[in-house]
Design a binder for this molecule. Structure first.
Ligand code: ADP
Ligand code: MG
Length: 704
């Protein structure tokens, strides 16, 4: 028998029960059960005497005897009452259910250990449905003082799988296996970090002897869990680097240089230069580039992407950018076309609304290589879209795309590509991910960060106002428009209550129309229910400055660039998530003027809502905002984390245990530098555990 056996090998677990444990909790093997950790512990380090009990005591543990049992009739049915005594006093144990078999099972005048939640009523103490164990039995068991409480489900409790039963199963496991649990870390690592040995750690994580041992045990297991994840990600990265070849862009010639000298409308920021250097190093290395570019809204990722594409073109390749929305793809197309004016580079755009005839032209020019840059939405992913030789694929706002879509781009067939090499991949995101999380989610990607905004940007002034201040907000809008500025007014549109939200938007539009009457004021309105062409028309009116106010839902969230717009009003801002608020605010502050973001809300704010609005008022730093978001919502709700393994962590928490994560990652890096194949004798425990783990985990799918 070994740990990979199914749990039916445990005494008391039938096939039926095993199935239930699997469907409800995902526990299949003995090892799964061993790594199924309690979520809290009942501290039974203390025994009480009856005379010590206080009306406000909660869970108590007492040794005593039952001297009498009787049924007491009550309004509905009856209750079973046992009189329980110790040397210092008398109290009652009470049952409302299962009275018959409990009555039969109770032994009179034998010492019991009783545990449960204390009730105090009419001067008498009682414990309803206590845990009971004969002292003789209690002494036989593994002596553990803190009792584990395991996560459970309603179905499990209803079918009799109580916490006590779970405990018995785990205890059985330890009795069978304790000596066979193998160490999975090297001596060196254990000594360096003063970690508890694996065996003790597992035992103490289930049955801790003290609070101190529990902490030590948990730290050891967290370290181990994070360490092996990092090891896996880093190994994958290492293998990709050495095994997956990439196109070599060795020439930096005409296009890149001409553009850099004559067409670049501004100096690059230092951060942009640094990132560009990182990309150039990658694409010249002969290995395949798989890089994530993080940069806050407005930090200037597009120009970096363009320069990377020019490198590809200088080396005879084509390039593509995929954006999540048509509006954004359009904006990229316009920006890139403008920047490249006067150079002989062909750029085109492919979206869902491109007509068949034009579509055919694009397909043909892609295949014969006359089209250099194709910008588009996921329409790019269609099978018909084939490149002659795609050298680099750039994905903007990558969190909007699923893994499948991204990997499709990776496999985009290139006709000239006899070596079968994938294009270099650059994924860009404006949703900053805290460093610690990025390490676990994107540990196998190289990460570049643009952490500097272009010069001359003024910090966006952000204020929070209650709905009742609307009049003064409107006055402020009027003053800004007088100065020639434009204004966004955004309403939340959340799927579940779409009709209601839609009504809010329309009511809002009407009220704004009343306060800002035509012809003096012109207002655009854009929302998800409009036809794409109408949406586009309204957007364009605003972009061209024909309208001063844009009333919209979050469709404008991503990407639109109107430098003259300097005020962002967010209605019902308490209903937006932090990253969404941050993205919306990023629509203003793109020009030289002072910009403002006004968060309107009702007086009724949840504590979380308050924190969100306060965070927005306090900072414009996307990374700080992401940290708060992570704390508020946990990693599961952060964009881009859904498909990654961080959510399946058994014991560690990427937010709370970020220190351990950093230590684990550094340890893994050092180890791989010294022993990339984990073949040294002293690392045998690690390599054995690693092999076992890699076999059983399917969560580390290709992120990009
Ligand atoms: P994002 O990172 O949000 O995609 P963009 O690439 O759209 O940002 O850039 C935002 C704006 O900043 C654009 O108008 C762009 O022309 C401008 N910009 C980018 N880099 C610089 C720079 N180094 N100096 C001045 N303006 C810049
Ligand atoms: Mg962008």
């Amino acid at each position: 028998m070994n740990l990979s056996y199914p749990i039916t090998y445990i005494k008391g677990i039938s096939v039926q029960r095993a199935t239930l444990l699997y469907t409800e909790l995902g526990i299949k093997t003995c090892n799964d059960l061993l790594n199924f950790f309690p979520y809290r512990y009942i501290d039974k380090t203390q025994f009480y005497q009856i005379k010590e009990l206080q009306p406000n005591s909660s869970d108590v543990q007492i040794v005593g005897k039952i001297i009498r049992v009787k049924s007491v009739a009550q309004k509905r049915g009856s209750r079973l009452v046992a009189t329980f005594v110790d040397a210092t006093g008398t109290m009652e144990l009470v049952w409302f259910k299962g009275q018959k078999w409990i009555k039969d099972a109770l032994k009179i005048n034998e010492p019991y250990v009783v545990y449960g939640k204390l009730n105090h009523y009419n001067g008498n103490f009682s414990i309803p449905h206590p845990e009971l164990e004969l002292v003789a039995e209690y002494k036989k068991k593994l002596q553990t003082k803190m009792q584990p409480v395991y996560p459970s489900t309603e179905r499990l409790t209803n079918t009799g799988v109580s916490n006590k039963l779970m405990r018995t199963y785990v205890q059985y496991l330890f009795k069978q296996f304790l000596n066979r649990i193998e160490e999975s870390l090297s001596k060196e690592i254990i000594e360096d970090f003063k970690l508890m040995p694996k065996r003790d750690a597992l035992l103490n994580a289930h049955f801790p002897k003290s609070q101190e041992d529990l902490t030590k045990a948990q730290n050891r297991l967290k370290f181990e869990e994070l360490f092996f994840i990092q090891l896996q990600l880093l190994r994958k990265k290492l293998i990709n680097k050495t095994k997956i070849q990439g196109f070599i862009f060795e020439n930096v010639s005409d296009n890149f240089n001409t553009f850099y000298k004559d067409h670049l409308p501004f100096d690059l920021t230092n951060a942009q230069k640094r990132v560009l250097k990182e990309i150039r190093k990658d694409v010249a290395s002969g290995a395949h580039m798989n890089r994530l570019l993080q940069g806050d809204v407005g930090s200037g990722k597009t120009i970096v992407a363009l320069l990377a594409m020019l490198l590809a073109i200088d080396n005879g390749f084509q390039a593509t950018i995929m954006a999540p929305t048509e509006i954004l793809a359009n904006q990229h197309f316009i920006a890139v076309s403008q920047l490249l004016q006067g150079m002989s580079i062909n750029v085109d755009i492919l979206t869902g609304s491109v007509k068949t005839k034009k579509r055919r032209e694009i397909h043909a020019s892609l295949e014969d290589g006359t089209l250099d840059i194709l910008i588009g939405t996921h329409a790019l992913l269609e099978d018909k879209v084939k490149f002659k030789s795609l050298g680099i694929a750039i994905i903007d706002e990558q969190h909007r795309f699923g893994v499948a879509q991204r990997s499709k781009l990776w496999g985009k067939n290139t006709l000239d590509n006899k070596d079968g090499l994938p294009p270099h991949i650059l994924v860009m995101t404006a949703t900053p991910i805290p460093r610690t999380l990025a390490m676990s989610v994107y540990g196998d990607l190289d990460i570049s960060v643009i952490d500097e905004l272009p010069p001359g940007r003024k910090e966006i002034k952000t204020i929070h106002r209650f709905d009742s201040n609307r009049l003064s907000v409107f006055k402020f809008i009027r003053d800004e428009i007088k100065k020639g500025r434009q204004v966004y007014v955004v309403y939340p549109l959340i799927q579940e209550s779409e009709t209601m939200d839609y009504k809010d938007l329309m009511d809002g539009y009407e009220s704004i129309s009343r306060d800002f009457p035509s012809p003096k004021y012109q207002i655009s309105i854009v929302h998800g229910k409009m036809k794409p062409a109408d949406k586009e028309h309204e957007m364009q009116r605003f972009v061209k400055g024909e309208t001063q106010i844009m009333v919209a839902t979050t469709v404008i969230e991503v990407g639109v660039n109107v430098p003259n717009a300097s005020v962002m009003i967010i209605e019902s801002s308490e209903r937006f998530g932090l990253s969404q608020l941050h993205q919306l605010r990023g629509r203003v502050g793109r020009g030289a003027d002072q910009s403002y973001c006004i968060l309107l809300s009702s007086y009724k704010l949840s504590p979380e809502g308050k924190t969100r609005l306060k965070t927005m008022v306090d900072t414009t730093d996307g990374f700080k905002i992401a940290e708060v978001d992570l704390k508020l919502r946990g990693p599961g709700n952060l964009m881009g984390t859904q498909q990654s393994g961080v959510l399946d962590l058994k014991i560690a928490d990427v937010v709370k245990d970020s220190k351990i994560l950093v230590a684990a990652r550094n340890t893994a890096i050092a180890l791989l530098q010294e022993d990339p194949n984990l073949s040294k004798v002293e690392n045998i425990p690690i390599s054995q555990a690693f092999v076992k783990m890699s076999k059983s985990s399917k969560i580390w799918s290709n992120i990009s």
